[in-house]
Ligand binder design. Sequence first.
Ligand SMILES: Nc1ncnc2c1ncn2[C@@H]1O[C@H](COP(=O)(O)OP(=O)(O)OP(=O)(O)O)[C@@H](O)[C@H]1O
Length: 247
Amino acid sequence: MNDKVIICEELTKRFGDFIAVNHISFDVRKGEIFGFLGANGAGKTTAMRILCGLSFPTSGKATVAGFDVYKQQESIKKNIGYMSQKFSLYENLTVVENIEFFGGVYGLSSAEIRRRSDRLVNKLGLTQEARKLVRSLPLGWKQKLAFSVAIFHDPQIVFLDEPTGGVDPITRRQFWDMIYEAAATGITVFVTTHYMDEAEYCNRITVMVDGKVEALDTPGNLKARYQAASMDEVFYQLARGAKRSAD
Ligand SMILES: Nc1ncnc2c1ncn2[C@@H]1O[C@H](COP(=O)(O)OP(=O)(O)OP(=O)(O)O)[C@@H](O)[C@H]1O
């Protein structure tokens, strides 16, 4: 089915004897906001690196935007965007320089970059800050800009690795408005988060425990199944048996 933009079947990654990602299977549909949850060490980053075309699985199958994770890593990279709270923008470049840099990396023409850059700066309300160093922006603004840059080239899928870490709840809510807007244009959003209020905003959620998919459903169905009032409670019930912990 071509509305499935990510398909994983029994995807597995071993490091020696250790199975970091253990036969995980799931599909993600076009335009879906798919939450990828799990305690520290559950295997989220390892799985996400494979889906971004940065690492090979040990076994199993997966396609991303129709491309095979073993054989078509370069095509995957051209069709996705990526943002992480840990690194995203160049602090010592201005807002516009960052936009130009990433537009160039993604292969857009100079004219196209200029057109999209003006539109983006206006949309974000950053006209006053356009020529200022990103370093001087508040964290919430940096993250909104980083997200906008990650989807600047209209990728099919954007991977967000804990995109709102350290940001206050109001800014987080605004960030999620941007995520909804992107999803409404057909961009698929694959997001990891430790914030359970954000889990509630996802269309469907996977909870990983010790390398395995322990649950996969809508937040509403998960809450009903685990007789929980919140995703926090669902997560606690699923993750409390985890053997792995923070490294
Ligand atoms: N290159 C590696 N070699 C050996 N073990 C690794 C390697 N990369 C990750 N691991 C292990 O695989 C497990 C899963 O790690 P991973 O980073 O994918 O978890 P995570 O769910 O992303 O956790 P976090 O939320 O802390 O980022 C951890 O126990 C980690 O130590």
